[in-house]
Design a protein around this ligand. Sequence first.
Ligand SMILES: [Fe+2]
Length: 277
Amino acid sequence: MITFDNQTMDSFFRWWVVHLWVEGVWELIMGGILSFLLIKLTGVDREVIEKWLYVIVGLTFLSGILGTGHHYYYIGVNKIWLIVGGIFSALEPLAFLAMALFAVNMYRKGEKKHPNKIALYWTLGSAIVSFVGAGLLGFAHTLPQTNIYTHGTLVTAMHGHLAFWGAYAMIVFAIISYALPNMTGRKLYESTRGRAAFWLSNIGMIGMTVAFGVAGVAQVYLERKMKMDFMLVQKEIEVHFVVLLICATLFATGITLFIIDFFKHGTPSDEALEIEK
Ligand SMILES: [Fe+2]
């Protein structure tokens, strides 16, 4: 990152790092990991999967690079970014929609014979949740006409949480769930702990997203429409943070179960010994 004395200059180049990483580079890495897992878990031919991967990569680059403009609204840059950012970031959900449709279709086409259902849950879950979190909830405040009210509010936190969970965490959990049994010989995917980890963390995160969303909409109305003081608004929306905490506890419980499974893979076991024999 390059630092500038001017706040606008600083923000302008900061998004070259942040946005181009998440909506350029990472989306491609995610598509790559997703394709690998789909080939391994569904048994669909590599040629079919790769053909769709190219379409997704194309859509990502088309929308993602100029979509950086959605961070340039109202930070002091030229007004042209309202138009460029609005148009190209409206196209961004298409890449995620393509990824979700691709994953579900490949699953339906596949043989469904692979025993590691937990890895399949995380793989399909990642494609679907990142479409909702990054694609749909991103689009919910990506147009300048909406963003003029929501910029820098909890509406961003709503989108950010589900997007990162779906597009970063879930795909990493998918590859861990697929790779660990192969590396250690332990079939932990047959236990109920793995399923509980998946559902608890996902239900928790969806609850958190809803709490952030309701708090965000109330904040936008009170602060930006009714012109109430920032701290007074925080007091008004306090109850939503209680809901947030409860859902976050559920989420953390799911993650703890995943971590327990992770370490169990490394410990010596009868299953591993049997495989050696
Ligand atoms: Fe962005």
